[in-house]
Design a protein around this ligand. Structure first.
Ligand code: KG4
Ligand code: ZN
Length: 334
């Protein structure tokens, strides 16, 4: 039996990445080129700069991924690419590269949803057992996704305003910390000796939706008011208070969702899954639970093409291919 080898491309935001995945869970290569340094001075990702970097990097990264995996074009079973959501110009670079390769080498083309990729990053560390629940927390998304079986996604809760990572980045900016702010807040919070009291948005009883913009505004107000009174704001206490509020809501709602759905596994996914406070709070919560908690290593939580290859493998097996009408879709539904 010939094994299935997929070349995957991810360019939805500010990482240019290509990976080669064998049989859906074996990483032969996963090259990630980050543009963070180019965006830092602007305090966030500048879409036009992101697209240009992707154009410069794309072919080099693909060549490197094939070389490291020690595979040639003729070894590939399919080419996969993130089709959305994300920055449209950034997505287009990956989609066009993938279409060109599919055309030139007569390979099946597979468009992948970015969040499906984040969820399937977990398949690179363990065998998925259905039904399962995924907590997706990234710079653009905060979602609780129920999966009855392979390739079926039901969003049971989502943010009504800011994504968690977005709130982290905005709070970090308020405290004068560089982009991306999540890791800095995480570090400050772990050093704090006290924390300030901040609100939690529980929304309606039984709702699995989230809201983080009120919390973000509360942080901005506290910092602003203290400054006006001429007081020093203790950044560590603010970071700790903010992180406690975020984690309390995420973990409580996730626990309730695991009780409401008959699941075997809980997967953590997305860039904010790198948060040490969130990881340990979830580990504590599910230590003695029937639900198996899976948390991928950090490099598979942030944007990378290996996760796109893992998700594409399911589509490959299910015969779900894209045609040359495939396009970057910034608002693609899961
Ligand atoms: O998944 P990702 O790499 O890109 C998106 O698809 O959005 O997530 C990036 C987000 C950023 O907002 C970043 O601040 C956040 O993940 N992040 C963190 C941590 N590491 C990255 N947030 C909190 N704590 C962290 N340790
Ligand atoms: Zn992402």
């Amino acid at each position: 039996n010939k094994s299935e080898i997929i070349l995957a491309i991810e360019t939805s935001c500010d990482e240019t990445s290509a990976a080669v995945i064998q049989d859906g869970n074996h990483i032969l290569s996963n090259i990630v080129s980050s543009q963070i340094e180019s965006h830092k001075r602007f305090g966030g990702v500048v879409p036009e700069i992101a697209s240009r970097h992707h154009v410069e990097q794309m072919t080099l990264i693909i060549e490197e991924a094939l070389k490291e995996a020690k595979v040639g074009w003729k070894d590939l079973s399919a080419i996969a690419v993130t089709e959305g959501p994300g920055l449209v110009g950034a997505l287009l670079v990956g989609v066009h590269a993938a279409k060109a390769i599919a055309f030139a080498h007569q390979l099946p083309l597979i468009g992948v949803h970015h969040i499906a990729g984040h969820i399937y990053a977990n398949q690179l560390v363990t065998e998925l057992k259905f039904p399962l629940l995924a907590l997706v927390v990234s710079g653009g998304h905060t979602e609780l996704v129920y999966m009855e079986t392979q390739g079926q996604f039901e969003i049971i809760g989502e943010t009504r305003d800011d994504a968690v990572g977005e709130a982290y980045d905005k709070v970090a900016r308020t405290l004068g910390l560089p982009y991306p702010g999540g890791p800095h807040i995480d570090r400050l919070a772990s050093m704090a000796t006290e924390s300030i009291d901040l609100p939690r948005a529980w929304l309606e009883e039984n709702s699995f939706d989230f809201s983080f913009s009120g919390l973000k505004s509360a942080v901005i107000n506290v910092v602003h008011n203290e400054k006006q009174k001429g007081n020093e704001v203790n950044h560590e206490s603010v970071a700790r208070g903010f992180q406690e509020s975020v984690i309390d809501v995420l973990v409580t709602k996730t626990r309730k969702a695991t009780e409401a759905y008959p699941i075997k596994q809980l997967l953590l996914a997305g860039g904010v899954a790198a948060n040490k406070g969130l990881r340990s709070a979830l580990e504590m919560q599910f230590k003695n639970s029937k639900v198996e908690l899976i948390i991928p290593p950090l490099h598979l939580c942030t944007d990378n093409a290996a996760m796109i290859g893992a998700a594409a493998s399911i589509k490959y097996q299910q015969g779900q291919f894209s045609d040359f009408a495939l396009n970057g879709n910034p608002g693609l539904d899961l």
